[in-house]
Design a protein around this ligand. Sequence first.
Ligand code: BMA
Length: 324
Amino acid sequence: MNKKLIIPWSERPAGDNSIMWRYAENPIIGRYHIPASNSIFNSAVVPFKDGFAGVFRCDNKAVQMNIFAGFSSDGIHWEINHEPIQMKAGNTDMIDSDYKYDPRVTFIEDRYWVTWCNGYHGPTIGIAYTFDFVSFYQCENAFLPFNRNGVLFPEKINGKYCMLSRPSDNGHTPFGDIYLSYSPDMKYWGEHRCVMKVADFKDSAWQCTKIGAGTVPIRTDEGWLMFYHGVINTCNGFRYSMGAALLDLRNPAKVLYRSQPYLLAPAAPYELAGDVPNVVFPCAALSDGEKIAVYYGAADTVVGLAFGYLDEIIDFLKNNSLLL
Ligand code: BMA
């Protein structure tokens, strides 16, 4: 965690007692932000040089899903390339991809790693690395189809790369739990472990249908803090909300605390209405060690920001945890 980092931020609004609150200027990225886009949403950002870089999910007006690089000096105002990322071959020549969506970005050791949902006979987890957000090198897919929500930890754990993911189906999966897998080389993945499963309807219905890893975990003294999405199937379809979990630092398959109430659920107009209504889908978080800014896709259409204080979120998790 870089303590000198200046992250996007606005204070909790007067009279608001929620643990996390929305940026008043949301959405920070609108659906037509680049000429070709139909929608720009579930996207990931990281500190880069004197500012920030990101990988953005832009669906074009043919509704082809692809990922685009972008840059910002303040993390709020973004210049997104008008052309999608063109992958070069990394640790494999097999870089087939029918579509790319829901990217995450993680800096590990010397480079930025991008994971995304990669279309290869159905969704699975694609991996690429870049040093500069100009040249990207695609690697072997992490898993067999079908899988979504691949999220790397920002450092090796016990000497290996570690990735959260969510085995799924080829459609609008009506189930899903979070697993983790290890790799010595970013090519071969194994030692798969179940991390957390959906909650019981009676305990926490917002996360009773499926859950998926969201943001790259943030190292804290209390454990890895990770924001995730939880889904309930309603008579109006799926509703996606955001919660958080603290995972054990040395064995992140062990959940220490997990939010019983959600931290953010669709309520603002841009979360309630869009191409897919009622979606809050976190994909990235920035922290300066005290404050946190979470980037989330809203209604599969635009990008929003939510803020909170690290210690308040951790206290909230400790005091409002699902019994594990
Ligand atoms: C999931 C993915 C996400 C999307 C969500 C809600 O299955 O397709 O990209 O945000 O559904 O539509």
